[in-house]
Structure formats: C-alpha cells, structure tokens
Design a protein around this ligand. Structure first.
Ligand code: PBG
Length: 325
C-alpha cells in the first residue's frame, strides 16, 4: 500500500516499454484492398480518406507496397462491372477477384498471404449476401452452393485463404466440402463467425458498392445485444471446419473478442471496420482528436481484448508508425 507501493514508479517513459503488457506488431495486420473492374486508375473513397479502389492494372502495385511495409496479409474485395440476381460474377474464372489474385500473385510472389472476402453482396443486383425469393426473403440453402463454387474459383486463381462473410448458416461446411472435393484440402478458411448487424459498415458500402436495394441485413447478421449467440456461432463454425474465426466490428465488440478467445483458444481475428476508421479520420480532420494516438489506442485495445490479428484500414499507417519507432 501507499507509500510503499507507488504505481507511478514505472510510468516514466524510460520504464514504460519494459512493463508493457500488450504489443502491436506489423505481423498482426491484415490490409484490405478494394479492386474495381470498371476503373483504370485508383479512385479515393469519399468517406474513407486515404483508401482507394484499385483498378486491375494498379492492384498488384498496391499489394507490393503493402508487402514492402512488412504487412503479412491482404484481403481482397471485388467490385464487378456487372451484377445480377444470383451474383454470377462472383465465381467466373475471369471475374474481378480471380484476375486480381492472379495479377498479385504473379507480381508479388508467394510470401504475401492473399485472402479473399467471400460474399455475394458486391455481385448481386439487390446487394444482399444471398439468393433472394420473390417475396424478398434471403434464402440460405440455395446460397451455399454458390459460395462453394466461389471459394473454388478463388483457390484456383491462387488465393491463400478464403474468408466467408455472408453469415449464411452452414456456409463454412459448404465451402470446406467444395474445397476438399477440388483438391484444396490445405486451404484455410477464415470465417466471419460473429458478424453483427452494424451501423459501422456504412462507408464500406460506398467503398465496395454493396448497398442493398431493400430491407436490411438483420435476418442474417447478429443482434448487437447478444453475446452467448456469438459463442454458438463460433462453435458451429469451428465444427464446420473454420481455421480462423473473426469478430466484426471490433471496438464495439471487445467483450465478444475477449470471450471468444478465452473460450475457444482459436486463432482469432478482429475486423476494425470502415465506420470505425471513418470516425477517427473525420474527427481528426476537424482537429478534434489526434489521429495517430487514436489509431494506436484503437488497435492496441483490440489486441488487448485477445485478437491475434486485426483487419484494418489503418494497416499501412500503423506499419509505417511501427517502423518509425
Ligand atoms: C460483405 C462485407 C461487409 C463488410 C465486409 N464484408 C459489409 C456488410 O456486411 O454490409 C464490412 C466491412 C467494413 O465496414 O469495413 N458481407
């Protein structure tokens, strides 16, 4: 007790690094890349300053610049030229993601881990993550085959990990089955296992052109009020064969990250989403907060909660910051 114990003794800048409990490393970061089939040069996303849609001609350079920073992994989101009811352009051999993966692999080589987001909402004309009935119901089971086909097409293009994000029941097992049947037994699946129906995806929908034409995603994404349900979602995905599990968004769900890591001890990812990024950028632009400090504090909080890896639009900025220390 005071005065024998003085917590302030170790708070000097000299001792702080020595007693630091959590560390962020460049190896923890996964950097998102948007690639748009319809553009010929990078296009900045209005609500996400500093984040660009890449064209098929620039995406490999972007991936190379990420790899040069020491970031181990990227995740690709595709924006196709054409959309239709059933998301046909999600799985063609020469569709946007497949071309982007091939371009990146041939330019950057095999060290950079190329993950692909596996969802239909960027490819469907209605913008939902699954097949839709005439009465506007999102259909689970008819979606599963298409997800399996899409996973195989990503694998054939050379992707290293597929990341299903559509929150369809049974999606992990459908994808595992399709990959195994096509000789991709060793390809890991990173499942967006606990994905909440969140307002913080707003800017992403502009970035990926995946806004929906009716309804919302509440019939498949989780209720922000629930925790036990997240544990059940994760347990099911693990049983179905998920290798990495993800929680999304991150900062409003730190308790979920914590419980999931404690319970399952699985490789656990957290997605620091577009709205979480945009809020910091917007406040910083107004001079209301210090951007670098807010970035650091946000990412360290996610790590502290138990995430092993963080998908974040700050990946490049954070890598530069870590390098400068
Ligand atoms: C697609 C998908 C979404 C995000 C990642 N994959 C959007 C959504 O569910 O509407 C959001 C990511 C972000 O906000 O950064 N299913």
């Amino acid at each position: 007790m005071f005065p024998i114990t003085r917590m302030r003794r170790l708070r000097s800048s000299k001792f702080r690094p020595l007693v630091r409990e959590t560390r962020l490393d460049v190896q923890d970061l996964i950097c998102p890349i948007f690639v748009d089939e319809t553009i010929s040069k990078p296009f900045e996303i209005n609500s996400m300053p500093g984040i660009f849609r890449q064209s098929l001609d620039t995406v490999a350079d972007e991936a190379a610049s990420i790899a040069e920073l020491g970031i181990p992994a990227i995740i690709i989101f595709g924006i196709p030229a054409e959309k239709d009811e059933t998301g046909t352009h999600a799985y063609g051999e020469n569709d946007v993601v497949q071309k982007a993966v091939r371009a990146i692999k041939s330019q950057v080589g095999n060290d950079l881990i190329v993950m692909t987001d596996l969802c239909l909402c960027e490819y469907t004309s209605h913008g939902h993550c699954g097949m839709v009935s005439d009465s506007h119901e999102i259909l689970n089971d008819p979606t599963l085959d298409i997800l399996g086909k899409t996973a195989v097409s990503h694998a054939r293009a050379g992707a290293d990990i597929v990341a299903p994000s559509g929150m369809m029941d049974g999606m992990v097992s459908a994808i595992r089955g399709a990959l195994d049947d096509n000789d991709f037994k060793d390809m890991p699946i990173m499942s967006y296992a606990a994905k909440y129906c969140s307002a913080f995806y707003g800017p992403f929908r502009e970035a990926a052109g995946s806004g929906f034409s009716f309804g919302d995603r509440a019939s498949y994404q989780m209720d922000p009020a629930n925790t036990d349900e997240a544990l059940r979602e994760v347990a099911l995905d693990i049983e179905e064969g998920a290798d990495i599990i993800m929680v999304k968004p991150a900062m409003t769900y730190l308790d979920i990250i914590y419980r999931i890591k404690k319970n399952f001890k699985m490789p656990t990812a957290a997605y620091h989403v577009s709205g979480e990024f945009a809020m910091i950028k917007a406040a910083a632009r107004n001079g209301w907060i210090d951007e670098k400090r807010a970035m650091n504090e946000s990412l360290i909080s996610i790590k502290r909660a138990g995430a092993d890896m963080i998908l974040t639009y700050f990946a490049k900025d954070m890598a530069l910051e870590l390098r400068s220390r």
